[in-house]
Write a protein that binds this ligand. Structure first.
Ligand SMILES: C[S@@+](CC[C@H](N)C(=O)[O-])C[C@H]1O[C@@H](n2cnc3c(N)ncnc32)[C@H](O)[C@@H]1O
Length: 311
């Protein structure tokens, strides 16, 4: 184990782990697994069977990894667990839109999709509410850790899928709800649009979409805010796009371990994306970054909730 002390004041609040932090990915503190497992108390065993999600899978990989594989990394700071692939943090606190997804997931008979799930904070909460969840992420290590964290009695309701937007595929009308929390901003505009078309098709009629994205107001890249606001006034389609994300990674970080670009979004963009694929927006807005349970500023994240009309 590397025990280099971390100067937490220097850490970015966007979730892009420094190399030192990645090097500190070590075995999971049991207390955190217990914390997550405690969310299983509302299990409703009468809900969906394990095959509910499998019809939608391509290269399906069911849960069951119990004793091997990577362990949950330590929190980088309270409430934020670094990803294994330099794609930010998984936040342990559910924001209002993720919470709405979890509630919805627990109330629908249809399987739901957690896209870009990381270690599955929303998946675990939805499973605990009795939902049948397909957890999808580009990183197999994240899914292995998630599988390890799921209480045994809930495992039949979890299916995992290694896949990357916009290329991953599921069958049309597979899911009662889809959560894409803090994943779309890793895509170019064209790929976001491809991903949205696919995700809208995967929703069942009457189903709901929950989107969350990092905004240009995240402290790490907030130097770009004036340019974003100018491009926004000028009507640019992707006013927050950062083609040179390496300029914003913290000192001491290897830029090659992070995405080359970032596409921070705002509530207008998320609403437009939903409208463009025929979804009906219920609500959209800015949110604060949930750091240790308390919002930092109030506009670091954008959320949007929409539904697919029954034809
Ligand atoms: C910032 S984390 C968000 C994790 C979690 N959804 C949350 O809101 O806390 C982004 C996650 O999305 C995954 N991801 C990034 N780009 C992706 C893509 N194009 N397709 C699928 N997953 C992706 C990363 O591997 C990572 O687990």
């Amino acid at each position: 184990m590397i025990s280099t002390p971390i100067d937490t004041d220097r850490l970015p609040d966007d979730g892009h782990a420094t190399d030192v932090e990645i090097a500190r990915i070590v075995h999971n503190p049991p207390a955190l697994v217990n914390y997550w497992a405690s969310q299983a108390t509302q299990l409703r065993s009468d809900m969906l069977s394990s095959k509910a999600c499998s019809a939608a899978m391509v290269n399906e990989r069911t849960c069951g990894v119990a004793s091997v594989g990577p362990k949950l990394p330590r929190e980088k700071y309270p409430g934020a667990i670094p990803t294994l692939n330099g794609r930010g943090f998984m936040l342990k606190s559910l924001d209002p839109y993720s919470s709405a997804f979890v509630d919805y997931a627990g109330s629908t008979d249809a399987p739901v999709l957690d896209m870009g799930c990381a270690y599955g904070v929303a998946t675990l909460a939805a499973l605990a509410k009795g939902a049948s969840v397909c957890a999808c992420d580009m990183d197999a290590g994240h899914l292995a850790i998630l599988e390890d964290c799921v209480p045994g009695e809930q495992r039949p309701r979890l299916t995992t899928q290694i896949g990357m937007l916009p290329d991953v595929d599921f069958q049309a009308h597979s899911f009662g709800a889809i959560l894409a929390s803090r994943v779309l901003h890793f895509l170019t505009g064209d790929d976001v649009e491809r991903a949205m078309k696919k995700m809208a098709a995967w929703l069942k009629p009457g189903g709901q979409m929950f989107l969350i994205a990092d905004t240009p107001y995240m402290r790490t890249w907030s130097a770009s805010v004036p340019a974003y606001e100018k491009r926004k006034r000028e009507g640019h389609k992707w006013p927050g796009f950062l083609p040179d994300f390496s300029k914003y990674v913290p000192d001491g970080t290897d830029p090659t371990s992070h995405p080359e670009f970032l596409n921070p979004m705002d509530p207008d963009i998320l609403a437009r994306l939903c409208n463009e694929v025929g979804l009906n927006v219920i609500r959209t807005g800015f949110m604060g970054l949930q750091r240790g349970g308390s919002p930092v500023q109030g506009n670091e994240h954008a959320g949007c909730e929409a539904f697919k009309a029954i034809a």
